[in-house]
Ligand binder design. Structure first.
Ligand SMILES: Cc1cc2nc3c(=O)[nH]c(=O)nc-3n(C[C@H](O)[C@H](O)[C@H](O)COP(=O)(O)O)c2cc1C
Length: 235
């Protein structure tokens, strides 16, 4: 049985208070006053629960993602660190059905993109970074800025009870054309988001001692599984 209790009421007088309910598996936040139109419960799983629960989801329910959740995801993305805090990336929201179909086609006909209610396309904006960092800004930092933000967006979606999938296999030019991007905005990731309509498959991972090295690339790190048990089945 799920236990549920109020653990905090936050928000100063005149602002929008939140009630945080604690359940066995997750924290839920109830927004009940302006600017939230109606009372609504949002899943707020703890941080490690979010990491544990994020799996690629490629089948989505038809219902839309609420505006409030989209805005939370965008806020989370913009919290990501970036080189020199320049945020050398742009995000384009794609929800229109014709645009989603064109996006899916550019992504080698990965049809889940056309079926997802929401797609966020992350572009590098190297010009922003190159002013300060030259070639490194173009080749590395703008790419890192964009992809860290995309990762934050995926984790935020999970925390909100949504499923998501990262797509990297696509032709860049049709996407640039689709969104009217300048030559120097390069798409690097499509994050498709929606309510999951499939049980996620749990993918495996490399052994941590294979991918982590102790002081020298040839020396494996002696890893012991943590009590959180975040590891996945091994390859
Ligand atoms: C850079 C990158 C590119 C990816 N491109 C695709 C893709 O084009 N199509 C797809 O179905 N999944 C894609 N994925 C999702 C991976 O297949 C998935 O993250 C991986 O199998 C691990 O599974 P998990 O996300 O459920 O942990 C991509 C993921 C990343 C990070």
């Amino acid at each position: 049985m799920t236990t549920r209790r109020i653990v905090a009421v936050e928000g100063a007088e005149g602002t929008s208070p939140l009630i945080i309910l604690h359940t066995d598996s997750a924290r839920k936040v109830a927004f009940f006053k302006w600017p939230y139109a109606s009372s609504e419960l949002v899943d707020l799983i703890d941080f490690f629960g979010v990491l544990r629960n994020r799996h690629s989801i490629r089948a989505f329910e038809r219902r839309d993602v609420e505006e409030e959740k989209i805005n939370i995801i965008l806020e989370a993305a913009s919290l990501a660190p970036s080189a020199g805090n320049l945020q050398s990336y742009e995000i384009v929201i794609i929800r229109d059905q014709d645009h989603k179909s064109a996006l899916a086609e550019a992504a080698l006909s990965q049809e889940f993109i056309a079926h997802a209610p929401l797609n966020l396309v992350f572009f590098t904006n190297p010009k922003r970074s190159t002013r300060r960092y030259g070639r490194r800004g173009v080749e590395l930092y703008s790419l890192q800025d964009a992809t860290i933000a995309a990762a934050y967006a995926q984790l935020a979606a999970t925390a909100l009870g949504l499923g998501s999938i990262w797509t990297g296999a696509f032709y860049e030019e049709p996407i640039m054309k689709l969104v009217g991007a300048e030559d120097d905005l390069i798409p690097v990731a499509i994050i498709s988001i929606g309510y999951p309509d499939e049980e996620p498959s749990v993918t495996s991972r490399r052994k941590i001692e294979d991918l982590v090295h102790d002081e020298h690339a040839s020396k494996p790190y002696r890893y012991k599984p943590s009590r959180l048990g975040l590891s996945r089945p091994l390859w």
